[in-house]
Ligand binder design. Structure first.
Ligand code: COA
Length: 435
C-alpha cells in the first residue's frame, strides 16, 4: 500500500483522482483538477478560520496540541525557559541555532545599539490623549516608524531585512515603556545599555528620580521567562496577520503593527487583560461556582481558558505557575491567585470543560504575575507584543525566503445575489450630478 498517495472518487462524475500526500497534507490546488465538466472552476476546500489548513511550511516552532508540546527550533520550551536568556532565544528563533558565547555577546550589543527612538516618535506619542489605551499607542507608534525608516521598504534584500529586524527588537521595549509613561504623565526614560533586555524595560517604565534604577533580579528574570514563553507560537492569529500583510511586500513596521493589532483582540493576546477584569468581577473565591455556572449557561467566557491548538494542557501555563511562585516570594501572594486556582480546580473537574478540552492557557496566570510585578492591566498585551515581535519577524524572514510564497489571497464561496440589473427607468448620472 502506498501511503504517500490519496485516491478520491468523485461520485458526481464517477472519476478517480490520485493526489500526493506530503507531511500529512494534500495541496489544495490539486483539488482543482476535480471538475464536474470542462466549464467547472474545479473543487476548492472551504475552511473558515483556517481550522484545518496549513498556509506555509515552517521550521521555527513545533506544537503538538494533543500532547501539550511546544518547541522552538526543536528545543523544548521548558528547557529554554529554564536555561536561556530572552535574547539568546530570540537569536535561536531568528537564526535556527543557539548562539555561541561570542555570537550572543555580539547579538546583544547589536540589539542595544537600536534601543533609542527618534525624538520625533516621542512627539508623535505626545499627541495621544492621556487615557489612550497603551496597545493602541503601541500599534500606531510601530506603524509610524515606517515613515522614519523608508529604507525598510527594500524587503527583498536579506541584509536590509536583518537590519530592520534588529531595529525593531531593540525599539519595541522603548515604545512599550513610552506608552506607559505617557499614560501616567511621567517623563520618558531613555534606554540604559548597562542593563539586560528585561531590566532595561523595567528601568524605562519605573525609574523616577533615583540616579540609577535597580530592578529586582528575581522579577527581571521572571519577565525574561515570560518573554521566552511568549516569543513565538507558530501560525496564531497575529502571526498569520504578519505573514498576510507582509506578503504584499509592505514594510516590516507596518506588518508588525498589523500583527500587533491582531494580538490586541480579547480572544488572542488581549485575553490576559480580560482575565484580570474577570477575576475582579468574580471578586472572591466564594463567587467562583456561580461564575462557572454562568459560563456553562453560555452567558460568559472563562477567559484564559481554551485554545485552538492545545487540547490537553498549555505547557506554558505550567512554567508560568512556577514563575508565579518565584514572583510572589518577592511581591507577596496576590489574592487574585486564590480565585484563579479555584476557577482552575472547579473547571478541570467539570464535565463542560472536560468534554470541550478546555484548559488554562498562557494568559490565565500571566496577568496575575504582571499585576503583582506592578504592571497595570492595560499594559499586559503590550508586554506580550514585545517578545512576540521576535516571532513575527522570524516568520516574516522565513516567508520572504520561501520561493513558494506569494501574496496571500484566499478564495471565497460566494453566497450573495445572482446577477441582477438596475431598473431601466433609472437615469444615467452625468458628471454634473456626481459633483
Ligand atoms: C482561544 C479560543 C478563541 C479558541 O477558540 P476555538 O478554537 O475557536 O474554540 P471554540 O470557540 O470552537 O470552542 C469550542 C467549545 O468550547 C467553548 N469554549 C471555548 N473557549 C471557552 C472559554 N474560554 N470559556 C467557555 N467556553 C469556551 C465554546 O463555547 C465551544 O462550545 P460549544 O461546542 O458548546 O459551542 C477560545 O477558547 C476562547 O475564546 N478562549 C478565551 C480567550 C483566551 O483565553 N484567549 C487566549 C488564547 S491563548
Amino acid at each position: 500500500m502506498d501511503n504517500s498517495l490519496l485516491t478520491i472518487t468523485d461520485r458526481r462524475t464517477g472519476k478517480n483522482y490520485t493526489l500526493p500526500v506530503d507531511h500529512g497534507t494534500i495541496r489544495a490546488t490539486e483539488l482543482r483538477q476535480i471538475k464536474e465538466d470542462a466549464e467547472d472552476f474545479g473543487l476548492m476546500s472551504y475552511d473558515p478560520a483556517f481550522v484545518n489548513t496549513a498556509s506555509c511550511q515552517s521550521g521555527i516552532t513545533y506544537i503538538d496540541g494533543d500532547r501539550g508540546i511546544l518547541r522552538y527550533r526543536g528545543y523544548p520550551i521548558e528547557e529554554l525557559a529554564e536555561k536561556c536568556r530572552f535574547l539568546e532565544v530570540s537569536y535561536l528563533l531568528l537564526n535556527g541555532e543557539l548562539p555561541d558565547e561570542k555570537q550572543l555577546e555580539n547579538w546583544i550589543e547589536e540589539v542595544k545599539h537600536h534601543t533609542m527612538l527618534h525624538e520625533t516618535s516621542k512627539k508623535f506619542l505626545e499627541g495621544f490623549r492621556y487615557d489612550a489605551h497603551p496597545m493602541g499607542m503601541f500599534v500606531s507608534t510601530v506603524a509610524a516608524l515606517s515613515t522614519v525608516y523608508p529604507d525598510a521598504k527594500n524587503v527583498l534584500d536579506p541584509a536590509n531585512r536583518r537590519h530592520q529586524i534588529v531595529r525593531l527588537i531593540g525599539k519595541v521595549p522603548t515604545i512599550a515603556a513610552y506608552t506607559y509613561r505617557h499614560s501616567r504623565g511621567f517623563p520618558y526614560v531613555y534606554p540604559d545599555n548597562d542593563l539586560n533586555y528585561a531590566a532595561n524595560l523595567m528601568n524605562m517604565l519605573w525609574k523616577m528620580v533615583e540616579p540609577k534604577y535597580v530592578a529586582n533580579p528575581v522579577l527581571a528574570r521572571a519577565l525574561s521567562v515570560l518573554f521566552i514563553l511568549h516569543a513565538d507560537h507558530e501560525q496564531n492569529c497575529s502571526t498569520n496577520a504578519m505573514r498576510s500583510v507582509a506578503s504584499s511586500q509592505a514594510d516590516p513596521y507596518l506588518s508588525v503593527a498589523a500583527a500587533a493589532a491582531a494580538l490586541s483582540g480579547p480572544l488572542h493576546g488581549g485575553a490576559n487583560e480580560q482575565v484580570l477584569l474577570m477575576l475582579d468581577f468574580i471578586g472572591k473565591k466564594e463567587n467562583v461556582p456561580g461564575y462557572i455556572e454562568q459560563v456553562k449557561a453560555g452567558k460568559m467566557k472563562l477567559m484564559g481558558f481554551g485554545h485552538r491548538v492545545y487540547k490537553n494542557y498549555d505547557p506554558r501555563a505550567r512554567i508560568i505557575k512556577w514563575t508565579a511562585d518565584q514572583v510572589f516570594q518577592v511581591t507577596g501572594r496576590s489574592p487574585k491567585l486564590d480565585i484563579a486556582l479555584e476557577l482552575e480546580r472547579i473547571a478541570l473537574e467539570d464535565d463542560y470543560f472536560i468534554k470541550r478540552k478546555l484548559y488554562p492557557n498562557v494568559d490565565f496566570y500571566s496577568g496575575i504575575i504582571y499585576q503583582a510585578m506592578g504592571f497595570k492591566p492595560d499594559m499586559f498585551t503590550v508586554l506580550f507584543a514585545i517578545p512576540r515581535t521576535v516571532g513575527w519577524l522570524a516568520h516574516w524572514d522565513e516567508m520572504m525566503r520561501d520561493p513558494e510564497q506569494k501574496i496571500a489571497r484566499p478564495r471565497q464561496v460566494y453566497t450573495g445575489q445572482p446577477l441582477r440589473h438596475l431598473p431601466e427607468a433609472k437615469p444615467t448620472l452625468n458628471v454634473a450630478v456626481l459633483v
